[in-house]
Structure formats: C-alpha cells, structure tokens
Unconditional design. Structure first.
Ligand SMILES: Cc1cc2nc3c(=O)[nH]c(=O)nc-3n(C[C@H](O)[C@H](O)[C@H](O)COP(=O)(O)OP(=O)(O)OC[C@H]3O[C@@H](n4cnc5c(N)ncnc54)[C@H](O)[C@@H]3O)c2cc1C
Ligand SMILES: NC(=O)c1ccc[n+]([C@@H]2O[C@H](COP(=O)([O-])OP(=O)(O)OC[C@H]3O[C@@H](n4cnc5c(N)ncnc54)[C@H](OP(=O)(O)O)[C@@H]3O)[C@@H](O)[C@H]2O)c1
Lengths: 246, 415
C-alpha cells in the first residue's frame, strides 16, 4: 500500500525519529519534522535533502503543552497523510518512586500527551484515503515490572489507546499501527548493557515501521523474538511473577 | 563542545581503522562515527560539506551513482572523513593527486577550550596544517568541506604488469607516473634474483565512451560489496613461511598481465569484501609496518628491508610498494616524495626483533614510519622521521597548552 505524504514525525530529533525520517525520505515521502528545539533539526533537514532530495518542513512543539499541541494539529496548512509519534521518556524509575513530579513527567510524555495528540490528528484524518497513524510504544507496556513500571504503565496506556483508536476507525480509511521496538541502541539506552540479539539499531526499527505501514499491520514487534518473549512473560502467573527479578 | 571544555584529557575516534593506539585515550575517547550528516553539496563543482564521522562507504553509496568519487581514498572504505584528515591518508594516486588533505578546503575544529574554529588555507592556517596529519592532537574535527572528483562510470580500466624483481618493479612504477593510479604488490618471500618480484597494477577511471556494449546505458551500476567473512581464526601455525609463500605463489601466478575492466569496489577495497580479514593471522594478531624513503635512496633501502624480511621468513601477506608525490602542507603528514612500502607481519616471538632491525635500516636511510599504522616505534625514531615536529609543538602550545588532546600514541611518542 502507498505511503501518504506529508509524513509528520513528532520527536524527530531522537535517534529513532531520525532513522524514521531517513527511511521515509528514501521511500520518496515529503516530511514535517517536529521537535522541542527546532535548531536541532536543521542539519537533519539538509542531510535529507542532499541524500534523498527530500523536502522537510520543520516545526517546534512541546507536546506536553496543550496550547502548543493544539496549535500543531490546528495550524497545519496541509493535513498530514501520516503521523508518527516517537515521543517517549524512560526516566529514572527509582526517582519516580519517591517523586510524584518525576513520575508524572514520565506518564505525561509516554501516555497522556502522545495519546491526546494522535487522537486529535485522527479526528482530522479520518476521511483521508490511505491515512495512517503510528505510535511508538514499548514491550515494557506488556507487563509491569519493578525495573520500569512507571514507564511501562504509561506505555501500556498508550498501547491501549492506540488499540481503541484502531477499533474505532477499523472500518474506515484511517489505519493505526502500534510499534514495539524491544531494545534499541539509542541515546535513551546509552551505557546500558543490552544483549545484542535482542537489540535493534534505529535503522532496523525504521525499516520495520515502513514495512509494517506498507502492509497495514496492526501491531509490530521490531525483532520477532520479542513477541515470544513477551508471550512467555505475560503467561507467568502473578503469584510467581511477583517474586521474580527480571 | 561542553564536554571538550570540561574534560581533562581526550581524543577523537573515527571508525577505529588505524592499526595502533592513535584513537585511544584511557580517560575519554570521543566517538565521532554517529555524526554523519551531509550539510552541503554542489553538483556543479563537487564541493561537499559533511560531518567528520561520515564513513567513506556512506559517501560512496550516495555519490558514486551521481558520478562523483573521492579525490583520494585509502585501501578501506570503513574510515571516517575525520580519520582521513587526521592521518592525511594517501591512495594509489598520491603521485598525482597528493594526500587527502590537499583536497580539503576547510573544516571546523573544536579546540581544547571548547571553542570552535574554522580552519582553511586562508584562515587559522597554522592550525589547518597541523591538523592535517595531526592524529587528532589539535582538537576534534566536526565538519569538513572538500572537493569530490567527477567520474563518468563506476568502472576502472586496470592494467597488470609483472615485474620479475625489485629493480623492474621500480622501473615499472617510474614509467607509470602518468597513470592516475599505480601500486605494486610485492612477494615478500622471494629471494636472490627474484627478490622483490611484483605485480604492478595501474588504473584509470573508465570514460563513458569506453563502456563495453552491455553496460553502455548503465555507467553506474556497481553495488556495494557483500560481506564475506573469514569464518574463524586461522590457527596461528597455518601462517608460516610455507603457507605465505604458497599464497604468494598462487597470487602472483594468477595475475595475468594485460588490461581488464573492473568494478571500483574490488579495485580500491580488496580487503573490505572479507570482513575481519585480519583473523587470517590467528589470535595473536599482526603488526603493520609502513615506511617511506626519499626517492634517491629508496631502491637501496627497500632492497635492504626485503632482504631482511625474506631472511627472517616471517612472510608478509600484503606487501605494497608505491611511488609517492611531493610532500604537502600537513606538518606531521606521512607521505613525502619517494617510495613507500607497507608490510604486515603475524605476531611471533621473532617479529619484534626483526622490526628492530628494520628500524635501523629506516633510520640509516632517512626513512619515516606511518603513525596510522604504528603501535611500537619509539620517540627518537619519530623525531628523526618527522622534521616538522617542533612547528607542530608550537601550534599545540598555542591552542592546547595543557595538552588535553592526547592519545596512547602521543604519550608513547612524546608528542
Ligand atoms: C585495510 C586498511 C587499509 C588501509 N589503507 C590505507 C591506505 O591505503 N592509505 C592510508 O593512508 N591509510 C590506510 N589505512 C589507514 C587508515 O586510512 C587510517 O588509519 C585512518 O586514519 C583511519 O580512519 P578512522 O576513521 O578509522 O580513524 P581512527 O582509526 O578512529 O583514528 C585515527 C586517527 O584519527 C583521529 N581522528 C578520527 N576522527 C577524528 C576527528 N573527527 N577529529 C580529530 N581527529 C580524529 C584519531 O584521534 C586518530 O588519531 C588503511 C587501514 C586499513 C585497516
Ligand atoms: N531505545 C529503546 O530501547 C526503546 C525501546 C522501546 C521503545 N522505545 C521508544 O522509542 C521512542 C524513541 O526513543 P529513543 O530511544 O530514540 O529515545 P530518545 O532519543 O530519548 O527520544 C525521545 C524522544 O521523545 C521526545 N520528547 C521527550 N519529551 C518530550 C516533550 N515534552 N515534548 C516533545 N517531545 C518530547 C524527545 O524530543 P526532543 O528531540 O525534542 O528532545 C525525543 O525525540 C520512545 O517513544 C521510546 O519510548 C525506545
């Protein structure tokens, strides 16, 4: 299936966001890149132009700010055919345990703000042929674990939101794709010791997204092995799970 | 930039393809390989601006299909533009095109206090010349502007010429000065009258008008190579004098003299198609040894080296001889007018004693060892080989008085 331009990427200055921009540019899409600090996108836009002859419009937006979020949805001269939210924040779990402000930040960035943003775009894109909404969630949302349940629960909320949105538009033109990267080697995970066979590069994540978008998949695990890992983790009885250390 | 200003000691690292300790610093090594954006390209003049972490392989992938090639390329495409400046790399066209630094118009350099300086032939020129070949010791190169070379096809017209001894190899290289590319592969184990027997490869970019019929409509078609791996470490023992000589015998017999049209990938990057080719040497690894001599004394010096190597029987797989053009602006730049010989040896007990003997020959003949491939020379050898070290020290004193930019290599050589 075709990709409908322009493709709006929110969180475009992240490692995964950059890789997604390159992948879509390579496929011939025109882009709208959004980040909190638009200056960080200027060199990316040049690179996309000189490599792929891709046009990229840059917009500044902090989606935690309701007014900025509404402006992003409302002021767009051309309604995007594809919207991808890459926004996310792992945060520090142990700090979140004792700081409601820190926990709230993680919840806002991973669940509340991207859900409200994509919900608003869905309303505008509902009747657009070939339109697609893509949310980057996480396998961490498949089951809460002590290591990152603040982040995980917010991603779980986001996953459920996307699932509901998909159901609501199930018989219309608008497609909704949920992406669960598993581990990815990015700024977010820098310094962590991740097993290489479970870890995708940002480019791999981007390729998997474009592929899933083209095929109108509903939920995609970037590395297939994660589907099985999470299946097993979800199947562990709560009584056993609660004393496990994973 | 803040990182640079606030740390005590650091060195930049590109793709880590230098052979020794040049891109290592115990406290902080700044990884540049992620910064690889193209910031400007003019398809009329071939002027390219990119971030210093951009890999050559990436540049080739983007620009070869558009009819542009690197003005100078080393024997592997897995190096960064920053690393190419810091080692002022040379290629098979050094006799005509000079080293990579010659084609660099300008770069942005972050110096020790965190400030960013534009360096060019007309701007901060001392720093410009010290950074070209400066092994990362003047600062961190962030962005580079250089000129690409126009090509009409992605093919090379290669000519193979056999030389039955070293004298002939030199003669062929001298006669090949009008070729764009030329290099000789030497059989390092041949002795006596056959000492230095070689195959010389010259090359030209194939013009569109010379394309064979079946390719006439597709001047650019070469795909990036697919990787073939050396599947395991060869047992250290396999690479003895007999296997190297068997390899060399087959290699030299199979190179038919004459002309051939070849893809640019295997022509320039024969080793890249075997990822981890260095494992051929087994677990103990290997050392590289590359030297250059003034043109007048070259024949004698290189004959002396090859005699030593052949007597020791430590066999070098890849032994490459090349005639370089004149030295350019880089203060610590390696290439100078004369012959350069690159050897690699498996690490054995006697390898290092042999290298000490080679050092003596180098020293006696005013030779110079290539920093990018060195992991063992001493400070004295370095100072004798590089006459402009004092000028380099002055520039360093000015921009990095506390010697923040340093590597294991610079500590070893007292730079
Ligand atoms: C198979 C093979 C073939 C080769 N053939 C040739 C050849 O034909 N001719 C030739 O000249 N060389 C050759 N080389 C050597 C190679 O080109 C150089 O070692 C080159 O510098 C490697 O670049 P790199 O990006 O891997 O740099 P690294 O090895 O990571 O670093 C090399 C030096 O560059 C500095 N550096 C890297 N990036 C920056 C930066 N952004 N700012 C400041 N300093 C920086 C480092 O501090 C270090 O001193 C070859 C190497 C291999 C492995
Ligand atoms: N790395 C992994 O292992 C992994 C695994 C599973 C899922 N993920 C998900 O993948 C996505 C990308 O992650 P990454 O690894 O590339 O991490 P990253 O580089 O840290 O990216 C996080 C992104 O979120 C954006 N963001 C944070 N707060 C924001 C706010 N208030 N308003 C707007 N944007 C905000 C950042 O925008 P700015 O650019 O403006 O700072 C940045 O683009 C995230 O959703 C993450 O949860 C990552």
């Amino acid at each position: 299936m075709t990709i409908v331009s322009p493709v709006l990427i929110v969180g475009a200055a992240s490692d995964i966001g950059r890789a997604i921009a390159a992948e879509y540019a390579k496929a011939g899409a025109s882009l709208i890149l959004a980040a909190r600090d638009v200056r960080r996108l200027e060199d990316d836009a040049k690179d996309l132009y000189y490599r792929y002859k891709a046009e990229a419009q840059l917009v500044e937006c902090d989606i935690l700010d309701a007014a900025q979020r509404e402006a992003l949805v409302g002021n767009m001269t051309e309604v995007p055919g594809t919207v991808i939210s890459v926004v996310g924040l792992l945060g520090d779990e142990t700090i979140a345990w004792s700081s409601p402000a820190a926990a709230n930040q993680i919840m806002q960035v991973n669940y509340v703000a991207p859900s409200l943003l994509l919900g608003a775009f869905a309303n505008r894109m509902a009747k657009m042929p070939g339109a697609c909404i893509i949310g980057i969630s996480s396998v961490a949302g498949d089951r809460g674990r002590k290591k990152n349940y603040t982040y995980g629960s917010a991603k779980a909320g986001f996953t459920a939101f996307l699932s509901g949105l998909r159901n609501r538009f199930g018989s219309s033109e608008l497609h909704v794709l949920t992406v669960k990267p598993g581990f990815a080697a990015t700024r977010m995970t820098q310094g962590m010791a991740l097993p290489s066979f479970l870890t995708a590069s940002p480019e791999q994540v981007a390729r998997a997204i474009l592929e899933a978008h083209r095929r109108r998949k509903n939920v995609v695990y970037v590395l297939g092995v994660w589907r099985w890992i999470m299946l097993i983790i979800r199947a562990i009885p709560e009584q056993t799970f609660k004393s496990m250390d994973i | 930039m803040e990182t640079i200003a606030s740390t005590k000691s650091l060195i930049a690292r590109g793709a880590g393809r230098s052979y020794g300790d040049a891109a290592l610093n115990a406290q902080m090594t700044l990884l540049m390989a992620g910064s690889s954006r193209i910031l400007f390209f003019d398809d009329q003049t071939g002027r390219l601006t990119c971030e210093a972490g951009m890999l050559l392989a990436d540049i080739l992938k983007v620009f070869v299909p558009r009819g542009w090639f690197l003005p100078v390329t080393p024997g592997t495409q897995y190096v960064t533009v920053g690393g190419m400046i810091a080692s002022d790399v040379h290629g098979k066209n050094h006799h005509g095109a000079g080293s990579f630094g010659v084609h660099v118009e300008s770069f942005d350099l972050a110096v020790s206090n965190g400030q960013m300086l534009r360096c060019a032939a007309g701007e901060n020129v001392d720093l410009f010349n010290a950074t070209i070949g400066g092994m990362g010791l003047t600062g961190v190169i962030l962005r580079v502007t250089f000129r690409m070379l126009r090509i009409e096809t992605d093919l090379i017209l290669q000519e193979t010429i056999r030389a039955s001894n070293l004298g002939e190899a030199f003669d062929v290289l001298e006669r090949s000065l009008s070729s764009t590319y030329s290099v000789a592969w030497i059989d390092s184990l041949a002795k006596g009258d056959r000492l230095g027997r070689a195959v010389v490869f010259t090359g030209e970019h194939l013009a569109a008008a010379e394309l064979p019929k079946e390719r006439a409509s597709t001047p650019f078609k070469s795909s990036q190579h697919s990787e073939r791996k050396v599947p395991f470490d060869f047992p250290g023992i396999t690479l003895n004098r007999f296997s190297v000589s068997a390899f060399n015998a087959v290699y030299f017999a199979s190179r038919k003299p004459g002309r051939l049209i070849v893809d640019y990938q295997p022509y320039f990057y024969p080793l890249d198609s075997i990822s981890q080719w260095n494992r051929i040497y087994g677990r103990a690894g290997f050392v590289q040894y590359q030297v250059v001599f003034p043109r007048e004394g070259s024949r004698e010096a290189i004959a002396a080296i090859l005699r030593r190597v052949s007597d020791y029987g430590v066999g070098s797989f890849l032994s490459v001889l090349k005639l370089c053009g004149r030295q350019r602006n880089g203060l610590l730049s390696f290439p100078r007018e004369g012959y350069t010989l690159a050897l690699d040896f498996p690490i054995r007990a006697r390898t290092f004693s042999m290298l000490l003997e080679l050092d003596r020959i180098v020293d006696d003949h005013d030779g110079r060892i290539y920093l990018a491939k060195d992991a063992r020379m001493g400070a004295r050898m370095f100072e004798r080989g590089y006459p402009r070290t004092a000028e380099f020290a002055l520039v360093r004193q000015q921009f990095d008085p506390s010697r923040k930019m340093r590597s294991v290599l610079s500590d070893r050589l007292g730079i």
